[in-house]
Design a protein around this ligand. Structure first.
Ligand SMILES: *Cc1c(COP(=O)(O)O)cnc(C)c1O
Length: 244
């Protein structure tokens, strides 16, 4: 049952917060509903979930319209997947409406510029976003380059310059960082990746002179470790909706 799964994940987040001395209210659970039908989203909503994550814009937009209409209210929708530049406009507005409350997956400055332009064309408030940073260095992961920022000042300097430019775009509102950890058998093995992103957030706040309140990190296999390391948003799919 989806409601049992939601309770289990929420309780695991609370326990992870207790271990880390954190307030559970500071952690937002995003239920990742990609590939799952609207009916399952509504079931999770009934179990108290108010944030949902999608990774493909066409699938997402149709589902969001259906779910919002069925519920008669809108949960907060998160875009978490790679965005092709020709789809940028559909992420900003669909049928004249802003559907996403937060975009986690802006992974380079050209995409940021493209989304900024789409906001200026469609109007509306600045689009809240997270900079996706590749701190693990895995070649398969997209994101602003962040691997080795602790040791190599050039990595941090480049990132500061890129994010300073993107943060200045009037159509976008930078809220924090997102990362994807490598897939490993032992969640402990990814702890250094989460710790690195949390440290990077602090370094960037100082260099950019702005608050970066959100840290989106942790999925089904590793969200408890991510919460221990400071995640403010966890993106959990399979533990709630089952295997895809
Ligand atoms: C699919 C996905 C998730 C959720 O993964 P699970 O392993 O199902 O929890 C989280 N983040 C991103 C970016 C995803 O694409």
């Amino acid at each position: 049952m989806i409601s049992d799964n939601v309770r289990r994940v929420e309780n695991a987040i609370i326990r992870a917060c207790e271990r880390a001395g954190r307030d559970p209210a500071a952690v937002t659970l995003v239920a990742v509903s990609k590939t799952k039908p609207a009916a399952q989203v509504i079931e999770a909503y009934a179990a108290g979930v108010r944030h949902f994550g999608e990774n493909r814009v066409e699938e997402a937009n149709a589902k969001i319209v259906a779910v919002n209409a069925e519920l008669g209210t809108a949960p907060i929708w998160h875009m978490i997947g790679h965005i092709q530049s020709r789809k940028a406009r559909d992420v900003v507005a669909y049928q004249g409406q802003r559907l996403f409350g937060l975009v986690h997956s802006i992974d380079d400055t050209p995409l940021a510029a493209k989304l900024d332009r789409a906001v200026s064309l469609t109007g509306g408030t600045p689009l809240p976003w997270l900079a996706q940073v590749n701190v693990s260095g895995e070649a398969s992961k997209s994101g602003f380059e962040g691997q080795g920022w602790e040791r190599e000042s050039a990595v941090l300097d480049t990132l500061v310059a890129q994010l300073r430019e993107a943060a200045a775009l009037p159509g976008l509102e930078l809220r924090g960082l997102m990362t994807m950890a490598p897939i490993v058998d032992d969640a402990e093995a990814v702890r250094p990746v989460f710790r690195s992103l949390a440290g990077l957030r602090g370094a960037l706040e100082q260099r950019l002179g702005m608050a970066l309140p959100e840290l989106s990190m942790g999925m089904t296999d590793d969200y408890e470790v991510a919460v221990e390391e400071g995640a403010t948003i966890v993106r959990v799919g399979r533990a709630i909706f089952g295997e895809r």
